[in-house]
Design a protein around this ligand. Structure first.
Ligand SMILES: NC(=O)c1ccc[n+]([C@@H]2O[C@H](COP(=O)([O-])OP(=O)(O)OC[C@H]3O[C@@H](n4cnc5c(N)ncnc54)[C@H](O)[C@@H]3O)[C@@H](O)[C@H]2O)c1
Length: 372
């Protein structure tokens, strides 16, 4: 399937990038990369489905096509590989990239278990040298989230006290009839792992380490193996508490985060991506002018989305810095997913420290049984 490159020689200072998996999400990666031609050159694409691959490479003018990742890694030797394959492929493909010396950007969820995540982290090169793996959690990178994070870290908003984190999405039965979706062995979970993980990752990026979770998960309406809804109560190391909902059953769709700090309520309402106007801030009495001034002085103008994160990935790779979002960052979010499943299945509160090597919910998100 390999076709020789007929294009002009590549500029030596650009990163040579390959994309693996040419389905739905791959176009967001490729369009982001092609909007940064001074930093990256798309040299190859890989897919096991030759029709998907041909359509995609023709559409985006990608010069080399492969049906096999290992062969592409060996012949093309890219600097960076974007993994846009189904979740069950991620762990093995990340390891293959790292072993070949290529860094990887992997779509969420980055792996099917905490065990797989830690194996991926252990396969990274030394800090500053790489290769490394970055997980796609694109909502950390809009200017609104970066502004809230900067204000929270500076203490300008006071202590975070109580938060809400809702993913109310709608996916019909046909969506789950795709073979890899809604199954423990191929997707690693339902909306907790596959959908709400975006909002929960953003919540953790804003509130920091979590300590314990108490959750319920159910399969209410879809024919699938995993849950179609979960709810959880989460305690944070800084004392904040949060209520989380992850649903694919909600006809009026919305992604919503609200954090009540001592000096202001911060809210985000969107669906699959946000801009600055999707954030609102309501100062507490007595803090109106101070909070408003700090808010207006913050970062602005960047929508959340793949392009925002890819820009950070390329500059981190060129500068030999740690990846945005690192395996350690992603592991914290994956631990929360595992904690929700462990709590829901066992009908009890689960602490973050329990989810360690050798335990059921470390090895597999559903603990190896049939949880509900
Ligand atoms: N970040 C986001 O907002 C977001 C949104 C949607 C999906 N995703 C994630 O992106 C990933 C892909 O989802 P999708 O909807 O694009 O899936 P998809 O099924 O549309 O595309 C997957 C592609 O991978 C190919 N493929 C399968 N096995 C392969 C292999 N071994 N080697 C090479 N190619 C292989 C398939 O042929 C297909 O073309 C999933 O992990 C999903 O959760 C992320």
């Amino acid at each position: 399937m390999h076709e020789p490159d007929q294009t002009a020689p590549e500029a030596p200072d650009r990163l040579r990038v390959a994309v693996v998996g040419t389905g739905n999400i791959a176009r967001f990666h490729v369009e982001a990369l092609q909007s940064m031609p001074e930093s990256a050159s798309l040299v190859a694409a890989v897919d096991v489905d030759p029709d998907n691959l041909a359509l995609f490479t023709d559409r985006y003018g990608i010069p080399q096509r492969y049906g096999d990742l290992d062969r592409m890694l060996c012949e093309v030797r890219p600097d960076l590989v974007h993994l846009c394959t189904p979740p069950g492929m991620h762990h093995g493909q990340v390891l293959a990239c790292l072993r070949s010396g290529a860094s990887a950007v992997v779509e969420k969820p980055p792996a099917l278990s905490l065990a797989e995540m830690e194996e991926m982290a252990a396969a990274e090169g030394p800090i500053g040298q790489g290769p490394w793996v970055a997980t796609v959690f694109q909502h950390r990178f809009g200017s609104g989230a970066r502004r809230v994070r900067a204000l929270a870290e500076s203490g300008e908003l006071g202590r975070p006290l109580v938060a809400v984190c809702h993913t109310h999405w709608f996916r019909d039965q046909a969506y789950f009839d795709v073979p890899w979706r809604g199954r423990w062995d191929t997707e690693g979970g339902g909306p907790t792992m596959g959908h709400g993980i975006h909002q929960m990752d953003l919540l953790l990026a804003l509130l920091g380490d979590w300590t314990e979770v108490s959750a319920t998960a159910r399969r209410q309406a879809r024919v699938m193996e995993t849950e179609d809804v979960s709810i959880g109560h989460i305690c944070f190391a800084n004392g904040a508490v949060a209520a989380v909902v992850n649903s694919v059953l909600s006809p009026r769709e919305e992604s919503y985060i609200r954090i009540d700090f001592e000096r202001a309520t911060v809210e985000l309402r969107h669906l699959y991506g946000y801009g600055d106007d999707d954030w609102t801030i309501t100062p507490a009495p007595g803090f109106e002018e101070r909070v408003k001034a700090a808010w207006e002085a913050g970062e602005s103008g960047v929508n959340s989305g793949h392009a925002a994160q890819v820009a950070h990935v390329l500059s981190a790779l060129r500068a030999k810095e740690a990846p945005p979002v690192s395996a350690t960052d992603a592991l914290r979010t994956m631990r929360l997913v595992a904690g929700i499943y462990a709590s829901a299945a066992q009908h009890r509160t689960v602490t973050v420290g329990e989810l360690r090597r050798g335990t059921r919910y470390y090895e597999r998100m559903h603990g190896g049984g049939s949880p509900w």
